[in-house]
Design a protein around this ligand. Structure first.
Ligand code: SF4
Length: 304
């Protein structure tokens, strides 16, 4: 297969482990041992990290030569936990990142997304990602997608907030992520997906990195995907094998991390602010090389 230049390199910064939901399969859990606090709470440190990441991954000839691949733009994907538990910090970081030169995306469970917050964020974002696993309140509660008052997402309200974001930023793309698991694999989510009308619906099979609770068989994942084929080419399905080592990821304490092929959770680099982006990335080099070969061969349409 011919090697094509990838259009956009995506760096996923998981800014916090905190979340108001308790999904049973949640894999947003990182070892804190000796690595300090989450950087999101330190404005100076998070600004320095952004600048360092941009320096290391900006689409310059030097960086292309150093990493042995080409890309045309760089996107910071802000993820969690639930980033919008810290809405002031997220607005600050998204604004700083855009000013530096990143495209910026945000992945949220939607529960803290209000109209005023959408009005602040929409001009900064190129992609809004919503993680939605069910249209049914009872299933959402059983998965753990409810806050401590047992409140689940209000879909009508969410739909209006998304419409506001699109009005304020007509270029804003909407992406929905759904983790297919033992509680939702029989569901038809088409009405909800049609209502929100995303540009992309990413359907991910529950990945047993941290727990195998709610895992499903191959045919159950395939049934879910088949049930939604009428939605057309907005669907992107990722089975478990597609998801291992596919993304450049930074943890809340500013370390690169990757899934380990041999199991046992994540592998980490030293903190980027301690050793610099280049040295930290080299520490996961054996993973990065695999990523690069897959990325350049397959992922010209890559979108995390
Ligand atoms: S919404 Fe995301 S971060 Fe929060 S518990 Fe669920 S999977 Fe984990």
């Amino acid at each position: 297969m011919a090697v094509k230049p990838a259009s956009e390199l995506v760096i996923n910064w998981h800014l916090t482990e905190a979340c108001n939901y308790t999904c049973r399969y949640c894999y947003s859990k990182w070892h804190a041992d000796g690595a300090g606090k989450e950087l999101i709470h330190n404005a100076a440190s998070s600004a320095t990290l952004l600048a360092e990441i941009y320096r290391h991954f900006a689409p310059t000839p030097r960086n292309h030569a150093r990493l042995g691949m080409k890309w045309q733009s760089l996107r910071l994907s802000i993820a969690g936990g639930e980033p919008l538990l810290y809405d002031r910090e997220i607005v600050r970081i998204a604004t700083q990142a855009k000013a530096i030169g990143f495209n910026v995306s945000l992945i949220t469970n939607g529960s803290r997304l209000t109209r005023p917050l959408m009005a602040e964020l929409a001009p900064q974002l190129s992609v809004l990602g919503l993680s939605l696993d069910s249209a049914l309140p009872a299933i959402n509660r059983e998965i753990g997608r409810a806050d401590r008052h047992s409140l689940v997402l209000l879909q009508e309200e969410l739909s209006e907030i998304v419409a506001l974001g699109r009005k304020l930023n007509p270029d804003l793309r909407l992406k929905i992520n759904t983790v297919v698991n033992a509680l939702n694999f029989t569901e038809d989510m088409s009405p909800l997906i049609r209502q929100l009308s995303p540009d992309k619906w990413k359907v991910l099979r529950m990945l047993p990195t941290v727990t195998s609770d709610l895992s499903i068989a191959d045919y159950e994942f395939a049934e879910f995907v088949d049930r939604h084929t009428l939605l057309g080419n907005i669907i992107s399905a990722e089975d478990n094998s597609d998801m291992v080592e596919s993304y450049i990821m930074i943890d809340p304490r500013g370390r690169f991390f990757q899934n380990s092929l041999s199991g046992g959770g994540y592998r980490y680099s030293a903190p980027i602010l301690d050793v610099g982006g280049e040295a930290a990335f080299r520490q996961i080099n054996w993973l990065a090389k695999k990523f690069i070969s897959r990325y350049t061969a397959e992922a010209s349409e890559y979108m995390a």
